[in-house]
Design a protein around this ligand. Structure first.
Ligand code: SAH
Length: 346
């Protein structure tokens, strides 16, 4: 039986008509599944026979929430999928609203040297129902309204783009989660064809690119993907994306002590960005045991920031939420069961 969470609105219409039901029933089923007060199908004003047929065809299977670790600013959720694999999502609690960071794959094959997720080989892509299920479960458990989504958890989202796009479509459904295109950000390590595919798709959301170095030599050492897609190609894709959609691109830059944090690197970074409609998001490095990297000291980060400013390059500093519970960027691994505040809860 298929999980209802795997169907887009259009897909559900098609499935209903195959079952001999009116496709327009999707208009009452979708709000019942995804609305703020979602109550499930039993409460729908439909004939018993129809309800039974729906129950025979659709399950409400979602990833099982096996642990939640809470902190003031972020809650980390550990989910077990039907094949036993685990993934994580993080609910980030900002003053201006709640944002959920979702995982798109079990593990990741990109192999970035500083990242925890990269140590786990990607075992598989998440299905649409597993992507949607993370949001459904986080909303159910937290009782929070979700204002935005960061497609920045474990995995490389452009490698699972078809499912990610269906997921985004479902999240945008107005009588459901009702999350606007501009409140969704997808982060890629710089897969050039993926950036163009997103640009041409029905849902060209905000784009963030993990840059982390201003030149290929250094970037290759940190991010092996550079060998396949050198910076010149990545930057051209970013320019095209921003130009076509009239959107500002985020360039993520994690501050690694003594590695990519010199004033010279900042100069080169400004030159690389030139007049492009983009800004740099400086990220404090969250230390990953055994990686050999550490976070640049505060003064170094500020100096780097100043050089960018001096050149007129837009720059912000990401507030790191969820440090204390290993839910910050690059610390998601879904390896071991959390040790603190585990709250098993189906
Ligand atoms: N694969 C995608 C999305 C997942 S990573 C990508 O590479 O963009 C999300 C962001 O966290 C990326 O910018 C990544 O480089 C960064 N990151 C990884 N490990 C980190 C760490 N230990 N501390 C801070 N940021 C990290």
């Amino acid at each position: 039986m298929n999980s209802i969470y795997g169907f887009t609105y259009e897909g559900l219409k098609a499935a209903l008509s195959q079952m001999g039901e009116k496709p327009s029933r999707a208009d009452i089923i979708f709000p019942a599944v995804y609305g703020d007060m979602a109550e499930g199908l039993e409460s729908l004003p439909l004939k018993r026979e129809t309800l039974d047929r729906l129950a025979e065809n659709f399950s409400f299977e979602a990833p099982e929430c096996v642990a939640v670790q809470q902190s003031e600013t972020a809650d980390k959720y550990l989910f077990r999928l039907s094949d036993g694999c685990t993934v994580e999502s993080v609910l980030m609690k900002h003053e201006f609203g709640n944002n959920v960071c979702v995982s798109t794959q079990v593990g990741c094959n990109m192999g970035c040297k500083f990242c925890m997720s990269g140590r786990l080989k990607c075992r598989r892509n998440l299905t649409v129902s597993e992507l949607v299920g993370q949001l459904v479960q986080v909303r159910r458990h937290s009782g929070c309204r979700i204002g935005g989504i960061s497609v920045m958890g474990i995995g490389e989202p452009t490698e699972n783009l078809a499912n990610v796009l269906d997921f985004i479509g479902i999240m945008m459904y107005q009588k459901g989660f009702d999350i606007g295109l501009k409140h969704i950000t997808l982060s890629t390590c710089g897969i050039v064809p993926g950036i163009y595919a997103l640009m041409e798709s029905a849902y060209p959301v905000n784009l963030a690119i993990s840059l982390h170095a201003p030149e290929d030599g250094l970037r290759e050492k940190l991010m092996p993907v550079t060998r396949k897609y050198p910076l010149a190609q990545v930057m051209r894709a970013a320019r095209d994306y921003s130009g076509r959609l009239n959107r500002r691109i985020t360039l993520e830059y994690v501050m690694l002590d003594g590695v990519n944090d010199s004033d010279e690197c900042a100069e080169k970074l400004s030159a690389l960005i030139g007049g492009m409609n983009a800004y740099v998001n400086l990220i404090r490095y969250n230390e990953v045991e055994g990686s050999g990297f550490s976070c640049s000291p505060h003064e170094r980060i500020m100096s780097f920031y100043d050089v960018l400013k001096k050149h007129g390059t837009g720059v912000t500093m990401r507030r790191s939420l969820g440090d204390s519970i290993d839910a910050a960027c690059g610390q998601l691994s879904a390896g071991a069961e959390p040790t603190r505040e585990g709250k098993p809860n189906g």
